[in-house]
Design a protein around this ligand. Structure first.
Ligand SMILES: *Cc1c(COP(=O)(O)O)cnc(C)c1O
Length: 390
C-alpha cells in the first residue's frame, strides 16, 4: 500500500484490516485472521462488541462532546466505577496512555514541590515503556525510543526492574516517587519477583514517596484481575490506565488518592476531549461488560490454559528460551530476533506481535473462546517449532 502522505514512523504495514468481530478480523482481500493481539491490548472485549457499539451509537445521537467546561454525567459515572475498582478516590480523564502518565508525572512534581523539593526526582525502571511525549519518553527506557529527541526532561533516574535493593540505593533526598509497570509490556512481558510491589509499597510508605503504577497495558482485566496490583493487594497512590478501557475508543485515566489529587487545583491541568460523553459512556459499557461476564476470571483461566498448552507443546524446542504470562499477557521468548514470525503467522491466518526483538507477545481478547484458544496454539506452535534463527 502506498502511504505517500503519511509520515514514515510506522514503517511498512503489510495488512489492511477492514472488519472485525470478537477475536476474528478480516483484511481487504477477504482473508480471515484469528487476532491474538487485539490492537495492542485495546479490544479486550473483542472487536465490534455489541454493548460498546450500542453505547457509542446511542451517545453519538444525543451528545458526543461538550468540553470540560460542563458537567458530564457519564464521566462522573466512569469516575465512580474506576474509584470502586481501584480503591483510589479521584480520576482525571484524557485520550491516551501517554497522557495518563503525563498527568501522573505532573502530580509527582506537584507533590515534590508541596514538600519543598525544588527538583523532584522520580525513580523509573530499565525496560520501562511509558509513552512518547517528552515527559513520558523521559521516563521510558531504551535508545530506540529516545535517540534523537534530546534534551529530554530531567528528574528521572532509571533503576533495575524487579530489584528491591536497587531502589533505595538509587534514591536521593530529591526522590518523590517510584513509577513502574506491574508487568512490563513492551519490554516483552517481564514479570517481577513475587512480593516486589508489596516491598515497593512498604518502602514508599516509609520514605514518603508516591507509588505510581502504569497499568495502561495491564489494567482492565488483562492479567486476570481488574488491575494487576490487585494480585498482591497493593494500592498505589497514583494509577494510570488506558488501552483496554475504551475497547478501541481513545480514553486514558489517571487515578489518585484524595490527598494527591487535591494538588491539581482549577486551571493547573486539563484536556479538551478528555472524558467526553462518548468515550466515557463507552468505557462504562466496557467495565459493565467485564464485570457482568466475569471476564477477569475468564482472562485468568484462559491465560493459565494457554500458558500450560504452550509449555507442553514447546517443551522440547531448544530455541524457545522462556514461556511466561499473567492472565492474557503472554510471551514466548526465542533465542534470537524473530520479527519474521509476524508475517509467517499472518500467512497462516493469525495475528501475533513480536516485541523486544525476540519475544512473541500475545494479548488476546478476554472473550476468546476455548476453540479459538486451541486454534491459536495449533497455529502458532508449528511456526515456532519450524522457526530458524536467520
Ligand atoms: C501503550 C503503553 C503506553 C502508551 O500508551 P498510548 O496510548 O500509546 O499513549 C504507556 N505505558 C504502557 C505500559 C503501555 O503499554
Amino acid at each position: 500500500m502506498q502511504n505517500s502522505h503519511l509520515m514514515g514512523n510506522y514503517g511498512d504495514r503489510a495488512l489492511t484490516l477492514v472488519g472485525g468481530q470478537g477475536s476474528r478480523v478480516w483484511d481487504d482481500q477477504g482473508k480471515e485472521y484469528l487476532d491474538a493481539v487485539t490492537g495492542l491490548a485495546v479490544c479486550g472485549l473483542g472487536h465490534s462488541h455489541p454493548d460498546v457499539a450500542d453505547a457509542v451509537a446511542e451517545q453519538s445521537k444525543s451528545l458526543t462532546h461538550c468540553s470540560n467546561l460542563f458537567n458530564i454525567p457519564w464521566q462522573q459515572e466512569l469516575g465512580d466505577r474506576l474509584s470502586r475498582l481501584s480503591g483510589l478516590d479521584k480520576a482525571f480523564f484524557c485520550n491516551s496512555g501517554t497522557e495518563a502518565n503525563e498527568a501522573a508525572i505532573k502530580l509527582c512534581r506537584l507533590y515534590g514541590h508541596s514538600k519543598g523539593i525544588e527538583i523532584p526526582e522520580i525513580l523509573v525502571c530499565e525496560g520501562a515503556f511509558h509513552g512518547r511525549s517528552l515527559g513520558a519518553l523521559s521516563a521510558t527506557w531504551g535508545s530506540k525510543a529516545r535517540n534523537g529527541f534530546a534534551p529530554l526532561l530531567e528528574g528521572f533516574t532509571h533503576i533495575a526492574y524487579g530489584d528491591i535493593q536497587a531502589v533505595e540505593a538509587s534514591a536521593s533526598e530529591n526522590t518523590v516517587a517510584v513509577m513502574l509497570e506491574p508487568i512490563q509490556g513492551e519490554a516483552g512481558i517481564v514479570i517481577p519477583p513475587a512480593g516486589y510491589l508489596k516491598q515497593l509499597r512498604d518502602l514508599c510508605n516509609r520514605k514518603g514517596w508516591l507509588l505510581v503504577l502504569d497499568e495502561i497495558q495491564t489494567g482492565n482485566g488483562r492479567t486476570g484481575s481488574y488491575f494487576a496490583c490487585d494480585h498482591e493487594g497493593v494500592k498505589p497512590d497514583v494509577l494510570a490506565t488506558a488501552k483496554g478501557l475504551g475497547n478501541g475508543l481513545p480514553i486514558g485515566a489517571c487515578l489518585a488518592t484524595e490527598k494527591v489529587a487535591a494538588l491539581l487545583v482549577p486551571g493547573t491541568h486539563g484536556s479538551t476531549f478528555g472524558g467526553n460523553p462518548l468515550v466515557s459512556r463507552a468505557a462504562c459499557a466496557v467495565i459493565d461488560t467485564i464485570e457482568n461476564q466475569n471476564l477477569c476470571e475468564r482472562a485468568s483461566q484462559l491465560g493459565s490454559w494457554l500458558l500450560d498448552a504452550f509449555k507442553q507443546e514447546l517443551a522440547e524446542v531448544d530455541h524457545v528460551i522462556d514461556i511466561r504470562g499473567a492472565g492474557l499477557m503472554l510471551a514466548i521468548e526465542l533465542e534470537a530476533s524473530c520479527g519474521e514470525l509476524v508475517a509467517a503467522a499472518a500467512d497462516a491466518g493469525l495475528i501475533i506481535n513480536v516485541t523486544g526483538g525476540n519475544r512473541v507477545r500475545l494479548l488476546p481478547a478476554l472473550t476468546m473462546s476455548d476453540e479459538e484458544a486451541q486454534l491459536l496454539v495449533d497455529t502458532l506452535c508449528p511456526l515456532i517449532k519450524n522457526w530458524q534463527a536467520s
